[in-house]
Design a protein around this ligand. Sequence first.
Ligand SMILES: *Cc1c(COP(=O)(O)O)cnc(C)c1O
Length: 362
Amino acid sequence: MIPAFDAAAEFAAAAPDLEAAALRALRSGRYILGDEVESFEQEVTDYLGTEHSVSCASGTDALTLAFHALDIGPGDEVVTTVFTFFATVSAILACGATPVLCDIDPATFCIDPVSAARACSPKTRAIVPVHLFGRMAEVDPLVALGYPVVEDAAQAFGAISNGRHAGTIGAVGCHSFFPTKNLGGFGDGGLVVTADADLAAKVRMLRAHGSREKYLHELVGTNSRLDALQASMLRVRLRRLDEALAARRAIAGVYEEMLAGLPVVTPAPAPELAHTHNIYVIRIPSGRDEVAGRLAASGIQTAVHYATPVHLQPAMRPFGYATGDFPEAERASREVLTLPMFPSLGPDGARTVANALRGALR
Ligand SMILES: *Cc1c(COP(=O)(O)O)cnc(C)c1O
C-alpha cells in the first residue's frame, strides 16, 4: 500500500531532531511567538533572500493579512486563477473583495498572463498568481501590468526562478506550513514575506489584533500567530529542506523516465529549480477515473487536484459563473491525476507506482 502522502513517514525521517526541538519549545514556557518564532522568521528570511518575514497561523491567513495590509476591501477586485485550492479565493472573499477569475496555461496549470491582463479593470487592486503544484508561475508579466502582485506560494516554498525565490518577486508572498507542503509543519502555520518594511510592520500588527504595544490597538486585526512548537519543528524542517526538495525532484525524474511513451502527459519541463514537485500531477486524456480505480485496487492511492475548478464550486454560485467559462481549467479538472509524492517515497517507491500505472493503463 502506497499512500498519496505519508505524514508519519515524513516525521519518522527526522524524528530525533524534531522531538528534541519540540521538547525544547515545550520546556521554554513560551508557547505563542517568542524566541523560537523570531529565530524561525530570521532563518526563513535568510533562506529566501527576502527582507521581512512575518509568520502567522496558516497560509490562508497569510493571504488574508496581505490583502488587509494592502487595504483591499469591499468594492475592490482581485484577479486570480480559477484552478487553485479554494483558500486563494476564500481569502479574497474574507476581505470583502471580489475575486475575478481567469483561465490557466494548459501546459503549466498556472495563471495565463494574457487571461489575467484581460481580467483587469479600474477596480483591480491586486493580482494573485498561484505557484501551482510547486511550479513557479510567470510573475513578471503580471508585475508589468502595474498592480500589486500577491504571490500564493503555498505549494512552492523553495522554488527558484532566475535566482529569485517563489514569494519574493511580487509585492508580497504568502506561504503555508500545512503538513503536506514543501516546508510542512505538524499543524497549521503560514508566512508573509515582503521587501516592504511598512507592509511587513502592518502585517505584524494585524496578526496580533492591530497592536505593536501591548493593549494598544492601532488597527483592527485578528489573532493569527505561529506557535513556538510549530516554529521549533519548522526550524528543523528548514535545515533539511534542500535535501527534501532534491528527493522530490529525484522522484519526479523517475516518474518522467518511466512514464515516457505511455498515454499520459507528465509535467512540462521547467528550469530545474523552478519546479519543486509539491504535488505530482499528470494528465490522462481519457479514462482518468478508471485508471485511478485500478491503481487503488493495486494498493496505490492517488488524488485529484482539483476535480472542481473554483468557478464551479457551490460556494461560488452567487457570482453566476457557468460551465464553459474557463475551458482550460475545466479540461484540466477532468484529466488530472495526482501520483504519490513525498520525500520518503524514494526512487524505489516511485518505480512501484510507475509500474502499477503502466499496468493500469493497459
Ligand atoms: C494550502 C494552500 C493554501 C492555504 O494554506 P493553509 O495553510 O492550508 O491555510 C492557499 N493556497 C494554496 C494554493 C494552497 O495549496
